[in-house]
Design a protein around this ligand. Structure first.
Ligand code: ADP
Ligand code: GN1
Ligand code: MG
Length: 349
């Protein structure tokens, strides 16, 4: 057993020797561990080391999570909700001697996250619709929380023009000598710029309202119960002022598809899944979305897939320093798959 991890768990829990700690989950960003009760075998807690390269201000990030989860709890006291476990002296995180930030959540052992919808098409559609509704409800519930109480912990996170600047800088630097091998991908990125920067322009012109959004509404960031109902939205690190397109688009990018995020050969858009997510999302949001938001939603999925393509390609050129990878070309495959999806989403019938 890792002594350092045991010491960290002891900051949060009395009798920490009662627990076993194991690596867990498929997230691209943090180091995640399950903290299991040795006697009962039940995974009671989730421990995470916050990635400080990605989130330089973990304290403000945790403030966002504490404020928003408290607010959500006040809105729906009976609903399951991500619960922060404070340290024994009452802080929502622990900083060790190495300056690493650790936090703990209650673990939902009866709920599950999935990277992709179920293989059974009918179950998949019901999961996707339910996920859409949960993500829509999430933004709806946060509508009465004052937007200025939430810190923009990653400014410009979904700003296309900023992501393109980052890509351009990586191309110029060509740290790994990879640019010559991705000329095709770069040319597709460039070809799509006019359409893919429309959302930035609408935001700049204040044609789209700023709302508190989740900003990382991947299909695997919602937990389901055994009846395929989406119950709890998780991974709240990126809660920030944003716009509805970010959440609706990222949900579609990961739920309205047929294969994994990096499976460039097999990934394609499934329009029935698209409609299912749309129906769920709109059921929770259409009463309060503005006409312009509604009218421009079709651009959300291609734009979010495009942003991810640009980010994956940038990381590939920079030597895979941001996302966790399972092999040397995973970021390139992710970029190719997301570029493919962006173009397919643009063909929406
Ligand atoms: P990352 O930012 O690295 O994606 P997440 O917060 O999404 O980290 O957690 C990684 C995985 O851990 C999730 O996809 C999910 O499977 C699982 N998980 C996260 N929080 C909980 C929780 N409170 N209860 C049960 N499982 C969880
Ligand atoms: C990261 O943490 P995770 O795996 O849910 C990333 C998202 C990307 C996603 C791509 C903070 O999300 O923005 O869309 O990978 N999170 C951050 O899979 O960069
Ligand atoms: Mg996640």
């Amino acid at each position: 057993m890792n002594v350092m991890l045991e010491k960290i768990v002891a900051q949060f829990l009395e009798n920490s020797e009662k627990y076993r700690i194991r690596a867990y989950g498929n997230g691209h960003i943090h180091d995640t561990y399950q903290v299991e009760n040795k006697a009962t075998g039940s995974p009671d807690y989730l421990l995470q080391k916050i990635n400080k390269m990605v989130f330089p201000e973990p304290k403000r990030l945790m403030e966002n999570i504490v404020i928003s989860t408290k607010f959500l709890k006040s809105k729906a006291p009976d609903a399951d909700q991500l619960t922060v476990i404070a340290t024994q002296d009452g802080t929502p995180f622990f900083v060790n001697e190495a300056g690493e930030f650790w936090r703990m959540y209650a673990f939902f052992s009866d709920l599950m996250a999935y990277d992709l919808p179920d293989e059974d098409p009918a179950i998949a559609l019901s999961q996707i619709k339910s996920a859409g509704r949960a993500f829509g409800q999430f933004v709806g519930d946060l509508r009465d929380l004052e937007i200025d109480r939430i810190h923009p912990v990653l400014p410009d996170f979904h700003r296309v023009t900023w992501r393109l600047e980052q890509l351009q800088a990586a191309i110029q630097e060509d740290l790994m000598d990879r640019v010559a091998t991705v000329e095709h991908e770069i040319s597709v990125v460039k070809k799509l710029i006019p359409k893919m920067t429309l959302l930035d322009a609408w935001l700049d012109m204040e044609m789209i309202p700023r709302r508190i959004t989740h900003n990382d509404t991947k299909f695997n960031n919602v937990l389901f119960d055994q009846n395929h109902e989406a119950k709890v939205v998780i991974d709240l690190d990126t809660i920030m002022p944003g716009c509805i397109h970010f959440d609706y688009g990222d949900g579609l990018r990961t739920a309205a598809v047929t294969a994994a995020e990096d499976d460039v050969e097999r990934v394609t858009v499934d329009w029935d899944r698209y409609e299912a997510f749309h129906a769920g999302y709109l059921a929770a949001t259409e009463d309060w979305l503005t006409p312009f938001e509604l009218e421009t939603l079709p651009l959300a999925a291609p734009t979010l897939a495009y942003i991810m393509a640009v980010r994956f390609l940038t990381d590939y050129l920079q030597g895979d320093v941001y996302y966790k990878i399972n092999g040397p070309r995973q970021n390139l495959r992710r970029a190719q798959a997301q570029l493919k999806l962006a173009q397919l989403f643009l063909l929406k019938p």
